[in-house]
Design a protein around this ligand. Structure first.
Ligand SMILES: Cc1ncc(COP(=O)(O)O)c(C=O)c1O
Length: 389
């Protein structure tokens, strides 16, 4: 089976991991700090806090941005559930903004209209969490402009887009947001096995994130409530978690980061090849705005064929899988998951995302995918259309 995504572990990754294993330091230490500094340099942000996943980074970011129980936060339905769970863990109320039909990212128009319709000020979201779906940035400028009028914070879920660019700025520069979160899960642009990172330009938020990652504890003398300067002293000032990254993960992150440009360049090459090989098929191909550089974490296409109505998505999907192509679905709409239905969400709430989920398939894309394998994928897709006619 050709998978839809996979990591690339090199000799240097393994060599450095071995060094860490033989060292005295396995838990969060100097390599984590170095990884944070390198990510800051790479994306152009002032502060970074490494965590054990993007899910945990999203959670403490919501807390650090001041999300309180019963306040609202909004995100998109076509994302991984973590984009919504993070706010629910703060006991806040979730709502969803539908996606744009072309970019498959949060639609600024729909967002604008949804905000306009709010009569009760208490229902204005405290935080909006746009997701850079598949590696292409959302329309950050438009969202930022709306945030000035409605006073919400912006938490970018950039799990898919470390290394991507928007209007000449690296994703993570936080030029148009308060915090940006990355994931280092194995199918992402670089991996630490499990891991995440929150970056920000705001020192106060940064300090809050540091505490929340470490059970609410600070060891920073300047922040103590008591005037004690002893080196053994520490204070727990809030209710935090153990969301720390360890040295093994940071080591892997550091060596992976050295190859990120190569990884993303190849993902862009693969996507260009798909665009050309698939242009005469009844598929809607990704539409990348000219001011965006996508990481192509995913290569998603939509079955626009009438054949789909006749044969069903399920049948096409199983057929292609049986032929050895590990296609996948990103994503089932979050609001239609049983947990969210129990909160009151139903069909026809976000029609664009719902229609998208009935047609979208993720094709294999990763560093190391051979041209021969890619051509096999394309042939199988084309043959599938012919066989189903
Ligand atoms: C958009 C999005 N947000 C958040 C996450 C959560 O990332 P992690 O697995 O690092 O917790 C993922 C992971 O797939 C994701 O795709």
């Amino acid at each position: 089976m050709i998978p839809y995504g996979r990591q690339s572990i090199g000799r240097q990754d393994i060599k450095n991991l071995n060094k860490v294993l033989k060292s005295n330091w396995l838990t969060q230490g100097p390599l984590v700090e170095k990884f944070e500094r390198e990510i800051c340099k790479f994306v152009g942000a002032k502060y970074a806090v490494a965590t054990n996943s993007a899910s945990s980074a999203l959670h403490i970011s919501c807390l650090a941005l001041g999300l309180k129980s019963n306040q609202y936060f909004w995100t998109v339905p076509n994302s991984f559930v973590a984009s919504a769970n993070c706010g629910l863990h703060c006991k806040a109320k979730v709502d969803f903004v539908d996606i744009d039909k072309d970019t498959w990212n949060l639609s600024p128009e729909i967002l604008k209209n949804k905000l306009k319709k709010i009569k009760n000020k208490k229902k204005i979201p405290k935080i909006i969490i746009p997701v850079h779906f598949s590696g292409q940035s959302t329309e950050q400028k438009e969202i930022k402009n709306l945030s000035k009028k409605y006073k919400f914070k912006i938490l970018e879920d950039a799990s898919h887009s470390l290394g991507g660019m928007y209007k000449g700025e690296k994703i993570g520069s936080c030029k148009w947001s308060d915090v940006t979160v990355f994931s280092f899960h194995p199918v992402k642009t670089i991996t630490t096995a499990e891991g995440g990172m929150a970056v920000t330009n705001n020192k106060k938020i940064y300090k809050e994130l540091l505490k929340l990652r470490n059970n609410g504890i600070t060891k920073d003398i300047g922040d103590f409530e008591k005037k004690i300067k002893s080196i053994w002293y520490y204070e727990q000032q809030s209710l935090g978690f153990n969301y720390r990254m360890n040295e093994l993960e940071a080591s892997l992150g550091l060596t992976q980061l050295k190859r990120i440009k190569k990884f993303i360049k190849e993902r862009n090459l693969i996507s260009k090849r798909y665009m050309s090989l698939l242009k005469d098929t009844p598929l809607q191909l990704p539409s990348i705005r000219r001011y965006n550089y996508s990481t192509f974490h995913l290569f998603v296409v939509r079955f626009k064929s009438k054949l789909l109505k006749k044969y069903s998505y399920d049948k096409f999907f199983n057929y292609i899988r049986k032929l050895g192509v590990g296609i996948n679905l990103h994503y089932l709409p979050i609001h239609l998951q049983p947990y969210f239905r129990n909160l009151g969400f139903k069909e026809n709430y976000c029609v664009n995302a719902e229609q998208f989920s009935k047609e979208a398939i993720s094709l294999p894309i990763y560093y190391g995918l051979k041209i021969k394998e890619q051509k096999k994928v394309v042939k199988i897709i084309k043959d599938t259309f012919n066989n189903f006619k």
